[in-house]
Structures are given as C-alpha cells and as structure tokens.
Design a protein. Structure first.
Length: 411
C-alpha cells in the first residue's frame, strides 16, 4: 500500500508542472484570442478598467451597455462555468438563462470551437476583478422584452455560414476564421434589415453605423479603392498605410485588437479578404483642375483655405501630421458620407504603432456654407478619388440630415 501511495505521489508530482504549463499556455492563447475577438473594445468604458463594462453601444433600437466580464462574482462572470461561458459566447445566453442582445456578436461567434472559448475564459479569469456594476440596458418596448429574442435567435442567430474552402490554402482558411468569426467583421460591414439582422446575401458589402459607412470588404471593391495584400496587412498592423489611417469605429479595433495580432494572422486576413489570387489594385491618375466640373474647380479654393495647411497644397500630406489625399481610400468611396462626416466632425488625435501620431483634425461644420462644402467634396472626390459624378447641394444636405446626434458621434 505504501508503495502504491508513493507511486501516486510521484506521479502527481511529475504531472503538476506539465499541468501548470498547459494551463499557462491556455491563458496566453486565450489572451491572444480575446484580442483577436476584440473583447476589450466593447467591454471597456472610456477611461475605465479593462473588461469592466459600461461602454454605451448605440443601436437603432436604443443604447446597449457593454457588460462587466471581469472575474467579479457579483458584477462580472466570476460564477460562470466553461459551459455557461461558451453558451453566452456562441448562443447569446446569460448564466441565468436570459437572452443577450445581439450587440454581443454571438451571431458570428457561434462558429467558434469550444477550445477557443475555454481559452478566452481561462484568460478572463486572470484579469483583475472589478467590483462595479455596468449601467443597466433599458430599451423601449418592445425591444426591452428579452423573451422576444428567442424567436429572433431562431430566425437569425445562426444565419452566418462559412463558404466552402475546398482547394483553398491554409492561410485563406485561417483568414476566414479570423475575419468572419473571431474578428466578426461582418457585424459592421454587412447591411442590416428591419429586424436588425445581417443581410447575409449582401455579406461584407458595407453597412451604415452611427452615420458612418463601414465600407465594402469584397475583394473587387477593395481593389477598386487601391488595396493590395501588402498595404492591407500594413493597415491592420500599423493603423495606417498609403491609403490613409484608421479612424472612427475602426480606430479602437486597431488600438485594441489588430495591432497586437501576429504577422501571419494579419497576412491571412488580407489573403481571405482580397482572395487568392487577389484582383489587381486600381491605380488612379490625378485629374487636372481644368477637366473637373465647375463645382470642383471652385472647391480648389476651399481646399486651399481649410485643408492645405495640413494636407499640403498638392495633397501629398505631411508625415506625423496629416494623411495624403492622393490615393486616400475615403475619397475613393462612391458613397461620400464618410468624407463629409470627417470634414464636419473632425478626427481626434490618434496614436498609432510605435511613436507614430496624427495630430487632431478640427471639424469645419460651422466654417463652410452648404455650397462651399459641396464644392470641396466635389474637388476632393474628382481630383483624388476617381469619382466622375458631381454632388449637388441637395445631396449633401440630405446626408447632413441623416447624421446621428452629436452625442452618438465617435472620434
């Protein structure tokens, strides 16, 4: 008996370091996966503790608050088992059985394997527990009836189906998982119908979010805006490339998620989005002022008055200060709303990878008349955006009327 006990003790002693090493590896992997899934962005309020919740998420149905997902047993997920955490992540089910609102992207996470969920949970157990309740989401009727989400989930909860990848490279397959599931890019870059569900037949063709366009991520559309594999990978890693910088809702995605991902995973995401092989990136030729419309020609003076000081008279930009207009992806969008919003709202100071900074861009909503703003948009879009059409003052006023309230605008 003594020999048996001795052998058991020895076996346990030998196994302990292996088990600890496995647990440590799982936590490290979970931290990486949590970054890839961008958990911190939605579960951290501005200036708040990481994962402690409180971020207001504006939706067409009201404001939903990110929950506390620290290991707090009273206010967070400290009492969740791995099984319960997996149900929350992939089915939108809270521990008490209530339905989560689909601001939580379980509609994409439902394709996440259990091992990845367990790793994320293992990591979250190691973060500092914050004993603070997040604001309670309170929507108007009928959206405040969580029971109604049962029917919604039956119809739309598992709508996302990955396309067959037979014959595709391992890099392409990894990119599909990173983009479609962990990164849940389609949640913003796919239009939604009246019930708030993603229109899967228009997947990744772009969607409007709080007055801004999350543009199409289809390979042909990316290439038409000048994207190639190297530039797209660089953009995800550094937040900036020849096409411009990340701003608005994408800046937190870069800041909290993509800049911390491995180069192979970023390359895989670019491979998936652009396809293998990728279509050739479109190269634009600048249009001489004399060939532009009368409105665009007038817009040249507006550009010199309010833009050229930072972006340079010929649109080449200034390092560490302002992006170039030449080849800028925002100017190359057929939909002008993002360019309009940036000119009117401005962009806050941005910190990118390493020591790279971009100074704040002021908004010019109160400095340009409707006519001046229209002329400026036409100059930028025709001169450097490759857009042949001309916007009318009425087109711009309509987009201004669609702008979200000031408190909902992100910078």
């Amino acid at each position: 008996m003594k020999h048996l006990l001795s052998r058991l003790t020895l076996a346990v002693g030998l196994a302990a370091p292996v088990l600890l090493a496995h647990a440590d590896d799982q936590v490290k992997r979970g931290e990486y996966l949590a970054r890839a899934a961008d958990c911190v962005a939605c579960h951290t309020a501005p200036g708040g503790a990481p994962y402690a919740g409180g971020l207001p998420i504006v939706s067409p149905f009201g404001t939903i608050y990110g929950t506390n997902i620290t290991p707090s047993k009273e206010h967070g997920i400290g009492l969740y088992s791995d099984e319960e955490f997996f149900a929350a992540l992939t089915e939108g089910k809270r521990r008490d059985g209530a339905n989560l609102y689909p601001a939580m992207p379980y509609t994409s996470y439902h394709l996440m394997p259990r091992a990845d969920s367990d790793a994320i949970h293992a990591y979250l157990k190691t973060v500092e527990p914050i004993e603070r309740a997040a604001p309670v989401t309170s929507l108007s009727f009928p959206f405040n009836v969580r029971l109604g989400l049962m029917g919604w989930n039956m119809l739309y909860g598992k709508d996302l189906k990955l396309a067959p990848t037979d014959g595709k490279s391992d890099e392409f397959k990894r990119g599909e998982y990173m983009v479609e599931v962990l990164g849940h890019c389609g949640e913003c870059h796919t239009p939604r119908g009246l019930p708030g569900a993603m229109q899967q037949d228009k997947r990744l063709t772009g969607g409007v979010l709080n007055g801004y366009l999350a543009p199409s991520l289809l390979a042909t559309d990316l290439a038409a805006r000048g994207w190639n594999h190297q530039d797209l990978s660089t953009f995800l890693k550094h937040g900036m490339s020849a096409q411009g910088t990340m701003f608005n809702e994408m800046f937190p995605v870069f800041h909290n998620s993509t800049q911390r991902l491995s180069d192979p995973d970023l390359a895989a995401m670019a491979t998936y989005l652009l396809g293998d092989p990728a279509p050739a990136a479109k190269v634009l030729t600048e249009v001489p002022l004399a060939q532009m419309s009368p409105s665009a020609q007038r817009g040249r003076q507006a550009y010199l008055n309010v833009c050229a000081g930072c972006h340079a008279p010929d649109g080449e930009g200034k390092p560490h200060i302002a992006v170039a207009m030449r080849g800028n992806t925002t100017l190359r969008l057929e939909d002008p709303r993002n360019l309009l919003r940036v000119i009117e709202d401005g962009i806050g100071e941005q910190q990118f990878a390493g020591f790279e900074r971009m100074q704040p861009m002021p908004g010019f909503a109160d400095k340009l008349s409707h006519e001046q703003l229209t002329d400026l948009l036409n100059y930028l879009r025709q001169g450097w955006g490759g857009q042949p059409g001309e916007l009318a003052v009425g087109d711009v006023q309509k987009l201004q009327a669609d702008a979200p309230p000031a408190e909902h605008k992100a910078h």
